[in-house]
Ligand binder design. Structure first.
Ligand code: FAD
Length: 293
């Protein structure tokens, strides 16, 4: 199928893009890498009257590290994240995660801003943003506003962005010295969307978890920051305690069922990931028994 007829505008600046979005509202769509928008248009799942191409706005590109904060412009491509030494040094969870986003051809065009604005609940980057306690920076006619990643994702393909606004950047705190991370997903083939995945950021001190942000994806309508890890903090984790946390997780999650997996299979896979995560973060192979399929 081919997309319905649409008009095209190439925005020259953030201000110009916002003027176009304000003038056309719900009838316009922003074009970044096009890797989700163009397939959706060709399948006629969406039929915008106007495409606002932001690809020429160079100020939206790039990665900067200043004052303990990593700022990533919305047009930074997945491939740029993957090869960035700044990301590898200061947000290594992202380096691990991006390797699982689609395939090289898509990573060469797809952008972080597009991925977050698209808000597919099975996507890797939204979950990483919640795990890393990121702030999403949004520009609109009234100026800029900053939304914690945890509040940004509101449903399947739904975010705190209005049709008149542009996602311009994300900010991440530089990973602290004692931080550790975990990323793993189950997918049919490498590069496919996950059946269930997990991104976690932690602080490990004296062989204990001083802090843990365990975020699951493809288990709900948005990334799920699980409470279940709380009882594993600042205590020596035993297999019994891990098993309790795993039961809590099972009760906390209400995963969807689809042609890829039943709800109970997703719940089981999430528990497996929790066990693998804790075992890996603490360097305790004895805890990985609950992590076997
Ligand atoms: P676009 O397609 O240009 O835009 C996506 C949506 O976001 C549109 O609604 C657009 O209007 C809006 N938008 C874009 N930028 C902004 C902005 N700055 N401000 C406001 N709104 C904006 N993704 C994964 O996470 N994991 C995968 O495993 C995966 N596999 C894929 C496999 C295939 C075969 C394909 C085609 C895509 C896959 N993707 C996957 C999606 C890919 O990562 C996309 O690049 C990404 O989801 C969207 O980024 P984009 O820059 O292409 O955005």
């Amino acid at each position: 199928m081919k997309a319905s007829a649409f008009s095209y505008a190439r925005a020259t600046s953030v201000g110009n893009a916002i003027e176009l979005l304000v003038a056309h509202g719900e009838r316009a769509k922003v074009l970044s890498g096009g890797q989700s928008l163009m397939p959706a248009m060709n399948l006629r799942l969406v039929a915008p009257e106007l495409i606002v191409d932001i690809g020429d706005i160079n100020e939206l590109r790039g990665i900067a590290v200043r004052g303990g904060v990593v700022t990533i412009g919305a047009l930074t491509r997945h491939a740029d994240l993957l090869k960035s030494p700044e990301i590898a040094a200061h947000a290594p969870l992202l380096t691990d995660a991006v390797a699982h986003v689609a395939h090289p051809a898509i990573r060469n065009r797809g952008t972080i801003g597009g991925s977050l604005a698209h808000a597919d609940p099975a996507s890797e980057l939204p979950a990483c943003m919640v795990a890393l306690n990121a702030t999403i920076i949004i520009s609109g006619s009234a100026g800029e506003r900053r939304v914690p990643a945890r509040d940004f994702f509101t449903g399947i393909y739904e975010t705190a962005l209005s049709a008149q606004e542009l996602l311009v950047a994300v900010e991440l705190p530089v990973a602290p010295k004692k931080s550790a991370h975990f990323f793993c997903e189950f997918a049919r083939r490498h590069g496919d969307y996950a059946i269930v995945g997990m991104a976690a950021q932690a602080i490990v001190e004296n062989d204990l978890l001083a802090d843990l942000r365990p975020v699951f994806f493809a288990v709900g309508n948005r990334p799920v920051l699980a409470n279940a890890g709380a009882k594993l903090l600042k205590t020596s984790v035993t297999p019994a305690l891990l098993s309790e946390a795993s039961d809590d997780l099972g009760e906390e999650l209400d995963p969807p069922e689809d042609q890829q997996a039943s709800s109970s299979m997703r719940r089981h896979l999430a528990k497996v990931l929790l066990a693998r995560c804790v075992s890996a973060l603490l360097g305790r192979p004895d805890l990985s028994a609950g992590g076997s399929l």
